[in-house]
Design a protein around this ligand. Structure first.
Ligand SMILES: O=P(O)(O)OC[C@H]1O[C@](O)(CO)[C@@H](O)[C@@H]1O
Length: 540
């Protein structure tokens, strides 16, 4: 990595100077100047067509962004990640999620060990277990087939599996149904178990550390639910674990034979394609899970080999830098025009915000620029009837990623046409707006003109994919993983640690102990008052 502070680097300063040339430029003008702009500012790989022509950039802008990427050694840093180097410096670990989807026979070493054989051993273990559930050779303690599977896990041990279960609705196995319990609020587990029969329910306790408060609390409550109905001996037929911590799994009373392992080089938010995806495999079957891994791998290969100029994750990552750091955009909207991708924005929220929500660089120096845009979104067209008003006419610049699919998964084509027409129309409206002159020509009264004017120039990417499938889902997730990585390299931060979640966890443990009267930690006036009031209201 370059030693020069980011903002002092020539590449950064060139971009700052270039940004000044954008004051009066409009997208209308850019499209007039270059009638082939859509072709010139689009790229395609792994079945994803990316139209980025409706962005506030010219060829010169991109060249300057590529210069910035090269000045930050993006290519060498990317190669270091794929070489299994310990690029997660603060935890002394590799970030080797690409090995999780490497085809059998590929060699991917970290710490001198080729991990691909171990990865495939775990995948085989998962596949054997999945087949046993589907073929009903693994049954519950009373001999009933397992039909209901509850994944207990939080953060990276939950968001990916839940997102994939919803996304792959059309590929679900007909005989099993998945449920997810993440929040420590007891309402979550009781809401899920209310309609389930313990005799046909399997719990997957998914936790990399197997110490996470929420997950362990829910796991113990689930254990109680099973043993109260079926007895202690039922635990081994109704619980399996996904973890890197065999000792803690044993201590919970589970057989480590029924534990699916992974490795410290898999970050939580990069783990949906590891054993953390066991629920996904159970939900959609072995073949579909393998197709999803193939999609991830295709995007890995593209990211690794394509020149920066045609590299989809690099393009997305650099455009994010452009808006975040040179246009002051604070947020980025993810807008999938697919009901089945309803949880994709939440998934990307953790991916981006836990990875890049940092304020010091890898050397521990305070960043001089903003990092980690705030990611949010909802599926279209729901969003159109709630928050799009602000995107169209508000004062903030909100770059949007529209994600759409050419082929519907449902039988009826008509609603799909409407859905996609809306996606295309929204990107058009954001970019080109509606001028006062156009309104007047339509006979709109002068008094109404200010309210009905759309300024336009609101940037968006359109990602067009043939169909939502296990493969395309894998490509989309890996696309964003590597875009987040690209951004982290530009900012010079460690995108693979998450120390920012620790303090809250520690303080919660102290407060629990205070609530239980075991300790009396000193707190600030506000915290003490809240604690006292809560305890008083609870009758303590
Ligand atoms: O899988 P675990 O160890 O229970 O952790 C769950 C989640 O908690 C975090 O460590 C912090 O929120 C995430 O990174 C992780 O995905």
């Amino acid at each position: 990595m370059s030693a020069a502070p980011l903002t002092a680097s020539p590449a950064w300063q060139h971009l700052q100077a270039h940004r000044k040339s954008w004051e009066d430029v409009t997208l209308r003008q850019l499209f007039r100047e270059d009638p082939h702009r859509a072709g010139h500012f689009s790229a395609e790989a792994c079945g994803i067509y990316l139209d980025y022509s409706k962005h506030l950039l010219r060829r010169e802008t991109l060249n300057l962004l590529f210069d910035l990427a090269r000045s930050r050694d993006l290519e060498a840093r990317r190669d270091a990640m794929f070489a299994g180097e310990k690029i997660n410096h603060t935890e002394g670990r590799a970030a080797f999620h690409a090995a999780l989807r490497a085809p059998r026979g590929t060699i991917m070493r970290t710490g001198g060990v080729d991990v691909v054989p171990e990865v495939h051993q775990v995948l085989e273990h998962m596949a054997r277990f999945t087949r046993a559930i589907h073929e009903q050779s693994w049954r519950g303690a009373t001999g009933q087939p397992i039909r209901q599977i509850v994944n207990i896990g939080i953060g990276g041990s939950y968001l990916g599996p839940e997102m994939a279960w919803k996304a792959l609705r059309a590929y679900r196995h007909p005989d099993v149904h998945l449920h997810f319990v993440a929040n420590v609020d007891g309402a979550t587990l009781s809401d899920v178990t209310a309609h389930l029969d313990p005799a046909e329910t399997l719990f997957i306790i998914s936790s990399k550390t197997f110490t996470t408060l929420e997950t362990m609390t829910n796991a113990h409550a689930a254990r109680h639910w099973i043993t109260s109905a079926l007895g202690e001996d039922a635990v081994s037929r109704h619980f399996v674990a996904v973890s890197t911590n065999a000792e803690a799994v044993k201590a919970f009373g589970m057989d480590t034979e029924h534990m699916f392992g992974f490795w410290d080089w898999v970050g939580g938010r990069y783990s949906m394609d590891s054993a953390i995806g066991l629920s996904t495999m159970l939900g959609v079957g072995v073949q579909h899970f393998q197709e999803m891994l193939a999609g991830f791998h295709a995007m890995d290969t593209h990211f690794r080999n394509a020149p920066l100029e045609q590299n989809l994750p690099v393009l997305l990552g650099l455009m994010s830098i452009w808006y975040n750091n040179f246009w002051g955009a604070q947020t980025q909207a993810i807008l999938p025009y697919a009901y089945d991708l309803a949880r994709f924005p939440a998934y990307l929220q953790q991916l981006q915000m836990e990875s890049n929500g940092k304020s010091v660089d890898e050397a521990g120096q305070l960043l001089s620029v903003d990092s980690g845009p705030i990611i949010w979104g909802e599926p279209g067209t729901d969003g159109q009837h709630s928050f799009y008003q602000l995107i169209h006419q508000g004062t903030r610049l909100i770059p949007c990623d529209f994600i759409g699919f050419c082929h519907p998964l449902s039988a009826s084509a008509e609603p799909h046409e409407l859905l996609m027409a809306n996606l295309i129309a929204q990107a058009e409206a954001l970019a080109f707006g509606k001028t006062a002159e156009e309104l007047r020509a339509e006979g709109i009264s002068e008094a109404q003109v200010p309210f009905r004017t759309f300024a336009g120039n609101r940037p968006s990417s359109v990602l067009l994919v043939d169909a939502l499938s296990p493969y395309s889902l894998g490509t989309l997730v890996a696309l964003y993983e590597h875009s987040v990585f690209t951004q982290g390299i530009i900012w010079g931060i460690d995108s693979f640690d998450q120390w920012g979640v620790e303090l809250g966890k520690v303080l919660a443990q102290r407060i629990v102990s205070d609530m239980q009267g075991k300790t009396q930690h000193p707190h600030d006036g506000s915290t003490s008052t809240l604690l006292e009031r809560y305890l008083r209201r609870r009758g303590h």
